[in-house]
Design a protein around this ligand. Structure first.
Ligand SMILES: *Cc1c(COP(=O)(O)O)cnc(C)c1O
Length: 405
């Protein structure tokens, strides 16, 4: 995280609230992961949903990254900024026929299939277009969440992927089909992972499946996609060591000639970004102190949605801390950035920096309360530049105005 960003200068130049992303940090994170896998052919496929700003995606594409997409819109973003089609993967449990068709027409690397029913649709769409669909299958390795309670989200993610036996049936079907070509296998067991053990367990299960497919069914896959999910520091998390992570993957794949794909989102961009908002008022209700800022849940949803922790600082102040809630102007009690944290007393127009906001920040923003989405700024080599302009009222009504009766 870059601590030399001059938030005040940016506020004067671009107004508040804004997101600022340190592009040099993004490069560093990408390179770190790429380097960790250097013993093998690898593709770091950036999970576009974490931060899909075109300039961010292009910046990663320029380094050599591919794109992991979960809608055809994200595929189009990746293509738009020049990510080669052979580095683009399309995942997701609910692809529409139209999305599948477009992905086939774009001729991207592969469609990551998540159910038998979907495989049937992909085959049919490919047949209609007289094409061969390159596919991977997302396997749900059913890593026992009881032994690893820290990835308990794995339990709720059962909608993702298919079990091992189903995947075998699907690979057989794909191999026999004229319109399907199985080239990859995929697993992604969750997000913000901070323990290596469940990842190791999952990857070993999938690697065994790859060996089994080859020996028993003569299906040789080219791509082993280990998913994303590497955690980052929001507060005081102890992270998985990137080299250990890569080593674990490479060891699991010993003896298999296969290209590794990794799909990090949060790891690449999470700590590149800071959401900066300005203090409007302070008030005390009874004994509760509120710091009311001009940013809100529609700009950065994670605290409201996940009760997520983001480190918060008053720019240029660190004294006289006292307990408060930091809240926005949106008409919801759920509109907060932090509850019961210690912050210095603030004045009108003081800036508040909310850290670790580069992933799942802007991409989850909405126009709730008819609030325009905020400016996004890149910092690269010490220079700042706008990468998305602030939305104005006219943007917000553009798709409605002509329909007023
Ligand atoms: C969301 C997602 C990712 C990225 O997850 P992070 O936790 O941001 O690394 C990777 N792959 C798939 C299939 C995803 O859905």
């Amino acid at each position: 995280m870059n601590n030399n960003i001059n938030f005040k200068e940016l506020a004067n130049k671009y107004q508040t609230p804004y997101y600022v992303y340190d592009f040099d940090y993004i490069t560093k994170q990408y390179q770190e992961l790429k380097e960790a896998f250097k013993a093998r052919k690898s593709l770091i496929s950036y999970a576009v949903k974490a931060n899909s700003n075109l300039s961010v995606v292009k910046h990663l594409g320029d380094q050599g990254a591919g794109a992991d997409c979960v809608s055809i819109g994200e595929v189009k973003r990746a293509l738009k900024v020049g990510i080669p089609k052979y580095k683009i993967i399309f995942s997701g449990v609910g692809k529409t026929d139209d999305e599948i068709k477009q992905a086939l027409e774009f001729d991207i690397l592969m469609i990551n299939v998540e159910s038998e029913a979907e495989l049937g649709r992909v085959e049919l769409m490919a047949k209609e277009l007289n094409k061969v669909a390159r596919i991977s299958i997302r396997v749900n390795p059913n890593v026992n969440p009881k032994t690893h309670p820290y990835i308990s989200t794995g339990l709720h993610e059962n909608k993702f992927g298919v079990d091992i036996d189903t995947s075998k049936r699907m690979y057989i079907k794909a191999k026999q089909s004229k319109n399907l070509e199985p080239i990859g296998i995929h697993c992604h067991i969750g997000s913000q992972l901070t323990h290596l053990e469940p990842i190791k367990e999952a990857i070993n299960i999938v690697a065994d499946l790859v060996r089994n497919l080859k020996s028993a069914l003569k299906i040789e896959l080219k791509f082993f996609d280990v998913g994303g999910g590497l955690g980052i520091v929001y507060n005081n998390e102890v992270l998985i060591d990137t080299n250990e992570y890569a080593q674990t993957v490479l060891e699991a794949l010993f003896g298999i000639d296969i290209t590794v794909i990794c799909e990090p989102g949060r790891f690449i961009v999470g700590n590149s970004g800071i959401f900066v908002t300005k203090v409007l008022y302070e008030k005390v209700n009874g004994t509760k102190r509120f710091v009311i800022v001009d940013g809100a849940m529609n700009d950065l949803l994670r605290p409201s949605l996940y009760d997520a922790y983001h480190k918060i600082e008053v720019v240029g102040k660190s004294e006289n801390n006292c307990d408060c809630n930091v809240v926005g102007p949106v008409c919801e009690s759920g509109d907060f950035f932090a509850k019961n944290i210690e912050l210095p007393m603030t004045q009108h127009n003081d800036l508040i920096a909310i850290y670790s906001a580069g992933a799942y920040g802007f991409t989850m923003a909405s126009n709730y309360n008819t609030r325009g989405k905020v400016t996004e700024i890149a910092i690269e080599d010490g220079d700042d530049r706008m990468i998305r302009r602030r939305e104005i009222f006219e943007d917000l009504i553009a798709n409605e105005e002509e329909y007023i009766k």
